[in-house]
Design a protein around this ligand. Structure first.
Ligand SMILES: CC(=O)SCCNC(=O)CCNC(=O)[C@H](O)C(C)(C)COP(=O)(O)OP(=O)(O)OC[C@H]1O[C@@H](n2cnc3c(N)ncnc32)[C@H](O)[C@@H]1OP(=O)(O)O
Ligand SMILES: O=C([O-])CC(=O)C(=O)O
Length: 440
């Protein structure tokens, strides 16, 4: 293989200077780190600079409503919000109490799989990679749908609602199947309860005794809400736009976005954060020695420790500068939860890394806009405290983000009607074909 990979490298690597020469925006990003404007949206807004272009604490709005206000109100009213915010993101306005009750019932009715699907599909060829198992299930579900390629708004909405409703089942059953077949654990396939919310059902399906506390379910509900949507440009949602513009079906579109989300630089970062924190904890002898921790973070950044990729996971963001508002909200819950679970030392350790990492990154990279903890930094710690297995961290992100993907798919269908097709400039000069006997 080495012989082939050397050829690929020799014939594929493009000098860095060419990108400047041809004015190509690497990663579709401007020099100052901002994304190239690729679309317009009504679904959400992200603010990280003020009117004078100075970095500010991040603001995220769902359909123009600040998520901090959304989550604070839900907390104040001690209510679950996943269904309500799904309604807001999909339909563009907050539901009345009656509309919410009807919509919640609709989602509950849709929360079921075809007969024998678990036995015939999910329990076969199990995998530690639950994201891949979900994709396999979704592509199989496409074969059950007689209207798979019907691209009318009504049908796409119906398909999207079906997938939003059954996503928790696909994720948790895939985990239970893996845990049983590969780890020898007992197999639990509980049915969802139509009177429970999405967050409650997730805990019910996962726990052997189906039990959970109200606080656990509310914290999970909050985490889901914070992960639901992040504009049209994030990697998985942009994937939705790209593949929707080609006219593909809803199942294929969701699988494409899932494939994007699982990447370690995107939604897959939450598992990496948990593993990285465990690695730092193991390799640093004094857990409150900031110099020793910084030195180890430098090693990670220099590809000499952890996974050798040079990334400090859970830190940095394509858009946010001073802070990611979702990380701030999660952190406030993490602090209280850690106290309740007697994990304050772990919380302090996370806190230390969060404080030290930006400096370490800034010393090694040119940072135009600042680096801070992103939503993935604390989410894994929350899931750990809820007793959720690592294999489900990224699937939980997907259970939430499919709502944003669905809203963006419909927005693309309604507004664009133009295939997304940017240009790539060839940097080679034309050559003649050489006959095989003349090749050296
Ligand atoms: C839900 C989400 O998707 S949130 C993001 C989850 N991902 C992670 O946590 C993975 C770690 N973080 C990262 O890899 C990056 O911060 C990203 C991919 C999220 C954003 O990267 P960029 O858009 O390149 O951010 P930015 O322009 O601020 O980066 C400037 C430089 O700092 C580097 N950098 C930024 N964050 C990090 C980090 N956490 N670790 C190491 N280097 C970093 C970038 O690679 C870039 O280096 P380069 O100029 O040599 O290419
Ligand atoms: O916006 C991005 O680039 C990454 C993302 O999806 C998020 O932060 O939720």
């Amino acid at each position: 293989m080495k012989k082939y990979t050397s050829k690929i490298e020799k014939n594929s690597i493009i000098p860095l200077s060419f990108y400047e020469q041809y004015a190509v925006k690497k990663g579709l990003r401007d020099d100052n780190g901002k994304g190239v404007l690729a679309g317009l949206t009504n679904i959400s807004a992200i603010h990280s600079f003020d009117e004078n272009d100075l970095p500010i604490s991040g603001i995220l709005e769902y359909r123009a409503i600040n998520i901090k206000e959304i989550t604070a109100n839900l907390k104040l009213e001690n209510r679950f919000g996943f269904e309500e915010i799904t309604y807001l993101l999909l339909f563009g306005e907050l539901p009345t109490a009656d509309e919410l009750a009807t919509f919640t019932r609709k989602l509950a009715e849709k929360r079921q799989l075809p007969p024998d699907f678990v036995r015939d599909i999910i329990l076969k060829a199990t995998s530690k990679d639950v994201m891949n198992s979900i994709s396999r299930s979704i592509l199989t579900l496409a074969t059950f749908d007689e209207k798979v390629g019907d691209l009318s708004l009504e049908n796409v909405l119906d398909q999207s609602l079906n997938l939003i409703a059954i996503f928790p089942l696909l994720a948790i059953y895939a985990y239970q199947a893996y845990n049983h077949c590969e780890n020898g654990a007992s197999l639990y396939i509980h049915y969802p309860d139509e009177n429970l919310t999405t967050a409650e059902n997730i805990l019910r399906l996962l726990r052997p005794d189906k039990a959970y506390t109200d606080i656990e379910a509310k914290v999970l509900d909050l985490a889901l809400i914070l992960h639901m949507e992040h504009g049209g440009g994030n990697n998985s949602t942009f994937t939705t736009h790209v593949v929707t513009s080609s006219g593909t079906d809803t199942y294929a579109s969701v699988v494409a976005s899932l494939s994007s989300l699982k990447g370690a630089k995107h939604g897959g970062a939450n598992i990496k954060v948990a593993k990285m924190l465990a690695d730092i904890y193991e390799n640093v002898s004094n857990h409150s020695d900031e110099t020793e921790i910084s030195d180890y973070l430098h090693k990670i950044l220099n590809k000499a420790a952890f996974d050798g990729k040079g990334l400090i996971y859970g830190m940095g963001h394509a858009i946010y500068t001073v802070s990611d508002p979702r990380a701030e909200v999660l952190k406030s819950y993490v602090k209280a939860l850690a106290k309740e679970k007697g994990l304050e030392e772990d919380y302090q350790f996370y806190n230390r890394i969060e404080r030290l990492a930006p400096d370490v990154i800034a010393k090694n990279h040119q940072i135009y806009k600042g680096v801070s903890a992103n939503v993935d930094f604390y989410s894994g710690f929350v899931y750990q405290m809820l007793g959720l297995p690592e294999e489900l961290y990224t699937p939980l992100f997907a259970i939430a983000r499919i709502v944003g993907w669905s809203a963006h798919r419909m927005e693309e269908m309604l507004n664009m009607n133009k295939i997304i097709r940017p240009a790539y400039e060839s940097v080679l000069s034309t050559k003649n074909y050489v006959k095989i006997e003349d090749r050296v």
